[in-house]
Design a protein around this ligand. Structure first.
Ligand SMILES: Cc1ncc(COP(=O)(O)O)c(C=O)c1O
Length: 387
C-alpha cells in the first residue's frame, strides 16, 4: 500500500509517544512525575457537569447537530467576548464553535493556504501549527521567539520579501511553551504589519483566563481593525478546566469564519448537542471559580520557580499560563538528551525545549498541573540529582 508522502513531513504529537513510555514506566513500578502534560488536574465547575449530564437525557440531543443555524452557543460566545474583552462580533457571521482548538488550528491551514504558500510560525511553538501547515502543503517560515525580545516576534526583523509572499502568521499569547505574554501595543504593531503585507493573523488564545499577579490577558481582537486582518481561537479547555470537552470558539474575520464553516461542514457535523447546551450555560454563568483556581496555579508556580532558582537554574517567572519555561543548567546543551536522562534517573518528565522548535533548544518546560506536594517532590528529586 502506498501512503501519502505528506505523512513524512511531520512528527506524531509528542504526548502520544510519551504517554506510552510513561505508562510502561509506571507499570514497572516507577513513581513517575509527569510534568509534561498541559491538562488541568481540576474539573469543570459542578454546574457545567450537571448541565451536560442533564442535556444527555433530552430526547432531541442525539441527532446531528448543526452549526449553520443561529444558535444559543454562538450568541453566548459573542456575549462572553464582549463582556470579557470588550470585543463586539456578529454571532451569525463572525463566530464559529469548533471541536477543540486542535481541530480549528488544524483546519485553518486548509482554509488559508494553497500548496506552496508560506506561513509564519513562531519558533518555539505549540507543535500542531507546524504539522497543520505541512499537512496543507504549505511552507513553514519560522519566526524566532527570543528571550531578549520577551519571546515576542520581532516584526521588523522579518524579511519584507518573505512577508510579501506569505499568507498567514500564527501568534499565541499567553504563550505555550514560553509562558510569555503580549501587550496591546504588540497587537497594534501586528495589525499594522499584517495590513502592510496583506498577511492573515491567526491568534491562538487558550490561556487568556489563566493569569495571576494582577495580569489580565488581552485579545488580539481588541485592536481596531483586527477583524479585517485576522481571527482568534479561544477555548474552554484551560479556562474552564474542560480539555476533554473539545469546545472552542473562533471569532473575527468574516471570510475566514465562512471558509472554516464550509470546510467543517464536510469534516464534522458540529458539536454534540449536550456540549453546546453546557458550554452555552457555562459562558453565561459568573466565572468566580477562576480566581481561586488561578491562585492555585500561582502557588504552584512559586514552588517550581523558587525550586529551580534554588538549584541555580535560570527561569522565567510567568504571569500567565500553567507552564514554567527554564534554561538548561550551565554546561548542558542538548535539551532532549538531558530531559530523557532526568526521566531515566529520577523519574521526572519535563519537555525538552527543542521539541517546540530549533529556538526552543537550551530550554525545558514544566507544566503546573500537579498539586504543590508533587511539584515539591519533583524539585527535591532535581535538587538531589543536580547537586
Ligand atoms: C497554544 C495551544 N493551542 C491550542 C491548544 C489545544 O487546545 P484545545 O484543547 O482547545 O484543543 C493547546 C493545548 O495545550 C495549546 O497549548
Amino acid at each position: 500500500m502506498k501512503m501519502a508522502k505528506r505523512l513524512n513531513e511531520f512528527e506524531a504529537y509528542l504526548g502520544t509517544a510519551m504517554n506510552l513510555i510513561l505508562t510502561r514506566m509506571k507499570a514497572e513500578g516507577k513513581d513517575v512525575i509527569n510534568l509534561g502534560l498541559g491538562d488541568p488536574d481540576v474539573t469543570p465547575p459542578e454546574h457545567m457537569r450537571k448541565t451536560l449530564a442533564d442535556a444527555c437525557y433530552d430526547e432531541g440531543s442525539h441527532h446531528y447537530p448543526s452549526f449553520y443555524s443561529p444558535m444559543p452557543l454562538k450568541e453566548a460566545i459573542t456575549d462572553w467576548y464582549k463582556q470579557r474583552f470588550g470585543v463586539v462580533c456578529d454571532p451569525e457571521t463572525e463566530v464559529l464553535p469548533l471541536l477543540g482548538s486542535a481541530d480549528g488550528l488544524f483546519h485553518i491551514h486548509t482554509c488559508l493556504l494553497d500548496v506552496g504558500d508560506t506561513a509564519f510560525v513562531p519558533d518555539p511553538c505549540y507543535p500542531a501549527y507546524v504539522a497543520g501547515v505541512k499537512i496543507a502543503g504549505g511552507v513553514v517560515e519560522p519566526v524566532p521567539l527570543l528571550k531578549e525580545n520577551g519571546f515576542l516576534p520581532d516584526l521588523e526583523a522579518i524579511d519584507p520579501k518573505v512577508a510579501q509572499r506569505a499568507q498567514m502568521i500564527w501568534v499565541n499569547y499567553p504563550n505555550n511553551p514560553t509562558s510569555a505574554h503580549a501587550t496591546i501595543e504588540f497587537y497594534k504593531d501586528l495589525v499594522d504589519w499584517a495590513y502592510k503585507y496583506d498577511v492573515a493573523v491567526v491568534s491562538d488564545n487558550p490561556y487568556s483566563e489563566v493569569c495571576f499577579d494582577g495580569y489580565c490577558a488581552p485579545s488580539f481582537l481588541n485592536v481596531d481593525g483586527a477583524k479585517e486582518v485576522g481571527v482568534e481561537f479561544n477555548s474552554l479547555s484551560k479556562a474552564y478546566n474542560a480539555c476533554g470537552w473539545r469546545t472552542v470558539m473562533l471569532l473575527g474575520n468574516k471570510d475566514i469564519v465562512a471558509g472554516m464553516a464550509k470546510i467543517k461542514s464536510h469534516s464534522d457535523r458540529g458539536m454534540f448537542y449536550p456540549l453546546q447546551v453546557a458550554a452555552t450555560a457555562a459562558l453565561k454563568v459568573a466565572t468566580d471559580f477562576m480566581e481561586p483556581r488561578n491562585e492555585m496555579y500561582k502557588e504552584r508556580r512559586d514552588v517550581v520557580v523558587n525550586g529551580l532558582s534554588d538549584i541555580g537554574i535560570d527561569v522565567q517567572n510567568p504571569k500567565a499560563t500553567f507552564y514554567v519555561w527554564a534554561s538548561l543548567p550551565e554546561g548542558v546543551i542538548n535539551s532532549k538528551e538531558w530531559c530523557f536522562k532526568i526521566l531515566d534517573e529520577i523519574a521526572v518528565w519535563m519537555i525538552p525545549g527543542s521539541m517546540y522548535g530549533k529556538y526552543g533548544e537550551g530550554f525545558f518546560r514544566i507544566a503546573l498541573t500537579h498539586p504543590v506536594e508533587r511539584l515539591s517532590e519533583a524539585m527535591e528529586r532535581m535538587k538531589k540529582y543536580l547537586s
